[in-house]
Write a protein that binds this ligand. Structure first.
Ligand SMILES: Nc1ncnc2c1ncn2[C@@H]1O[C@H](COP(=O)(O)OP(=O)(O)OP(=O)(O)O)[C@@H](O)[C@H]1O
Length: 315
């Protein structure tokens, strides 16, 4: 797994060459809670990056700092080499945040047009509606739409300023499968123009399918950064599963390569970073009934990367 900080290191203060997003040692505390705790992260223009983390990991707080809604207590946050507030005002950033605002009693086209009118070089309204895939909703009242339609209207609103960067906090939460697919199709139309996207999500498959790069944060810091494949390798290793066939599970956690042990009914599930050595040891114990070896899933990798050592149950 590579660290991107070196790859996208800033070379100057010219906003043309600056990364789209840059956190340097950013800290944000709420009383005793260090919600963002020394966050270092750079995102180059044109990247699509997923931000993953458990509940309370600091994703929304990081996004608030990024959009200039809050200031870091320490460190620096920049967008295109400038203060976040300046980039937001200039229309370089569009955002879809978690909390829904009161829905106005206007049409979709009126709402997007109103927001576009607040920016210096907005996107034409029909273009924003086309990119969001909601041209047919132009004349519909915003307060009469379904959840999936509303979400895509919010995406059109985020596009209204003609931004280079879109920031989305859990954009597909509460959407059904079809609405999610439609949403990501719209997003791809945006990224194909070379624009930058940062989104947070709890759906690992969604991150894997739609992002070039996945950044996992935990306790307000980056704990992993790479492609889905790199994360699987770094955090997941392999899974070796077999039937216990009545034998106990004692000692399994001490076998070579084994990182964790889970027992489901009569079946043992060992996560290992050296499946060959683990299997050889199991064979020596004659514990190979219905043996299966498979790459760990992204879910497994995520759990391993964000596990609190005190929560790990070892057998
Ligand atoms: N305004 C606030 N006042 C006090 N504590 C806060 C505030 N905002 C966030 N926190 C705390 O900071 C930590 C990080 O919260 P944050 O909302 O950034 O996490 P998250 O990764 O977005 O979580 P989720 O996936 O649940 O949305 C949590 O412990 C949260 O309780």
């Amino acid at each position: 797994m590579t660290t991107r900080a070196t790859k996208t290191a800033r070379t100057g203060t010219d906003t043309g060459t600056a990364p789209a997003v840059s956190f340097t040692g950013a800290v944000k505390t709420f009383g005793e809670v260090r919600a963002v705790d020394g966050l270092d992260l750079e995102i180059a223009a044109g990247e699509t990056v997923a931000l993953l983390g458990r509940n309370g990991a600091g994703k929304s707080t990081a996004i608030s700092l990024l959009l200039g809604l809050d200031d870091p207590d320490e460190g620096r946050v920049e967008l295109f080499g400038a203060a976040p507030q300046d980039s937001v005002r200039a229309g370089r950033v569009g955002a879809m945040l978690q909390e829904g605002r009161a829905v106005p009693r206007v049409t979709v086209a009126e709402l997007v047009g109103f927001v576009a009118g607040r920016y210096p070089a907005p996107m034409a309204v029909p273009e924003a509606l086309r990119l969001a895939g909601i041209e047919e909703l132009a004349g519909r009242r915003v307060d009469k739409l379904s959840g999936g339609q509303t979400q895509r209207v919010r995406f059109a609103v985020a596009l209204a300023g003609n931004p280079s960067l879109i920031v989305l906090d859990e954009p597909t939460a509460a959407l059904d499968v079809e609405a999610r697919h439609a949403f990501w199709a719209s997003m791809r139309a945006f990224t194909q123009r070379g624009h930058t996207v940062l989104f947070s999500t709890h759906y690992l498959e969604e991150a894997d399918a739609n992002a070039d790069r996945i950044v996992v944060i935990d306790h307000g810091r980056v704990v992993a950064d790479g492609s889905g494949e790199e994360l699987r390798r770094a955090g997941g290793g392999s899974l070796v599963c077999f039937d216990l066939a009545g034998r106990g599970s004692e000692g399994l956690s001490l076998l070579p390569g084994v990182l964790s042990v889970e027992i489901r009914g009569d079946r043992a599930r060992l996560r290992t970073d050296d499946s060959d050595a683990t299997v050889v040891a199991l064979a020596a114990m004659n514990a190979v009934r219905n043996l299966e070896v498979a790459p760990a899933s992204l879910d497994d990798a995520f759990m391993a990367l964000t596990a609190d050592p005190r929560d790990l149950e070892r057998v």
